[in-house]
Design a protein around this ligand. Structure first.
Ligand SMILES: [Zn+2]
Length: 497
């Protein structure tokens, strides 16, 4: 390839955080990432609100806030429907950067980027990421690409078994995740050779999984930290760095490299069951509670993962979502519910004239929203007697655009150390996470961003970068005009000229 063209290569690190990566770079443990930081511009990348993979990567791909692209969570809710569905790329109301670049004649390859399933036909190749049902589904474009990959690199896995890290054999589980992500890099190397690409992204999803479950052993200031466990887990971080080095050695100097996360990470000590809290406050009534509990138990016993493998997990999870919400809530006596969301609380009001059996009149709506907001800000942890809610946003305060109508009426940010769940059938509103079975790490808003390449300033720190700024900056670096509806800005501070 002799043509000089500005190319972009993006490494996605799901849940990447400087809290962990910075000290590792300083120890010399991640030399390739450290080199990129040294030769380029880096800083904190602010996630979306909520800082969740589905909306965050969607804002990255579209350059707009969720109020425009319409994706707030892995579960979508259409106002007025009492019906929930698992979200995917079809829910996006705004063109992705891949579509735009492809339409302008660029060649694009994306591997494992969340919310790219079902894959769009583009000039190049797509391997779907999170929310792709299985390797039996049409999760690639072109559709026979999976077969071609297996023929050329032996194996390709979308993601690992969900509970693989709840194990006594940590070494085996970590080795498996290293293998899965190394195979992904093999796929990247294969497609880098196959296509004369302009824009390329490969995404590491396992990092998020590892940090959710093993956070205490990764975060050296955690009281459960264990050198022995870290010595095993650290191999995974090492392998990420080696993969970055491997890819960089194959890039020419017309390529700008970006390393980015969708959100950061932090400690998780307790979870808040928002629906239980709403029930205790008298805002929500359940029905069929016993039956729902029984069906839930049966589903659990049947081993969700094997079912998922067989029937494609989307169908199973969709059924669970519908069962939980639709069947279990007594709508005529419910004022508020959390039907979507995770980590941050999502409160949907059962508004009259909007929801089928809505009971909050338009005149009451605003006062009621204020009442819940006030109560949440005063909601204390029953164990420590300290507040559990840091902020409550009204949807119009953080989202702008025609899709805001399907957003939760209130979005609740927990205090660090807490996360929200939407479980209905809990006895207490707050429970303590247990080391054997629960997540001990949760998402935070501060993620990572690194740019390195010829047009980029070296050894520079940048402040205040938002998810929506990355897409316009990439279009600019590739010499393309920006669509006029974007919410983000070109990061001019990072550019030499
Ligand atoms: Zn996560």
């Amino acid at each position: 390839m002799n043509d000089i063209k500005p190319r972009i290569f993006i490494f996605g690190l799901d849940g990447g955080t400087w809290k962990i990566l910075k000290p590792l770079m300083e120890e010399g443990f991640l030399p390739n990432l450290a080199n990129l930081v040294q030769s380029g511009t880096s800083g904190i990348l602010k996630s979306t609100i909520p800082p969740v993979t589905a909306p965050a990567w969607s804002s990255f791909q579209t350059g707009v806030n969720p109020g425009k692209h319409g994706l707030y969570d892995f579960i979508g809710y259409k106002q007025g429907s009492y019906d929930w569905h698992l979200t995917n790329a079809k829910d996006l109301k705004i063109k992705t950067i891949w579509r735009i670049a492809s339409d302008r004649g660029k060649t694009v390859v994306t591997i494992n980027v969340p919310m790219t399933y079902p894959p769009e036909p583009i000039n190049g190749a797509v391997i779907g990421g999170v929310m792709s049902p299985s390797t039996d589904s049409k999760f690639t474009y072109p559709h026979d690409l999976y077969k071609e990959l297996v023929e050329n690199i032996d194996d390709y896995i979308i993601y690992s078994e969900p509970r693989i890290l709840f194990t006594d054999n940590l070494e085996k589980a970590i080795d498996r995740l290293i293998y899965i992500e190394e195979k992904r890099i093999d796929a990247a190397e294969y497609l880098m050779k196959k296509y004369n690409w302009d824009l390329f992204m490969v995404h590491n999803q396992s990092l998020d999984q590892i940090q959710h479950i093993l956070w205490p052993y990764i975060n050296k200031s955690h009281s459960y930290f264990s050198e022995e466990k870290w010595s095993i887990i650290s191999k995974f971080y090492k392998s990420i760095d080696e993969s970055i080095g491997k890819i960089i050695s194959e890039l020419d100097d017309s390529t700008t490299i970006i390393v980015m996360s969708d959100h950061g990470f932090g400690n998780l000590e307790k979870v808040i069951h928002l629906n239980r809290w709403l029930q205790l406050e008298g805002y929500q009534k359940l029905t069929n509670v016993g039956k729902v509990g029984v069906i839930e138990k049966i589903l659990k016993k049947l081993d969700i993962f094997k079912l998922r493998k067989k029937f494609r997990f989307n169908l199973i999870d969709s059924a669970r979502v519908k069962l939980n919400q639709n069947y279990a809530i007594n709508w005529s006596e419910t004022k508020a519910f959390m039907g979507t969301g995770q980590i941050y609380g999502h409160i949907h009001l059962n508004a009259k004239g909007r929801e089928k059996m809505g009971i909050i009149s338009p005149e009451e709506y605003e006062n009621f929203r204020d009442e819940i907001k006030e109560k949440l800000l005063n909601f204390k942890d029953p164990f420590s007697k300290t507040p559990v809610v840091e902020k409550v946003y009204k949807r119009e305060e953080i989202y702008q655009g025609s899709e805001t109508i399907n957003a939760p009426d209130l979005i609740v940010k927990p205090v660090a150390g807490y996360a929200f769940t939407k479980r209905l059938n809990e006895s207490k509103p707050v429970s303590i996470c247990k080391i054997k079975n629960d997540f001990l790490g949760t998402h935070a808003e501060d993620g990572i961003i690194v740019f390195s390449g010829k047009p980029i300033k070296s050894s520079k720190q940048i402040q205040e970068v938002n998810m929506v700024d990355i897409m316009p900056t990439i279009l600019h670096l590739m010499g393309m005009d920006l669509p006029d509806y974007l919410d983000g800005n070109i990061l001019k501070d990072i550019l030499i000229n």
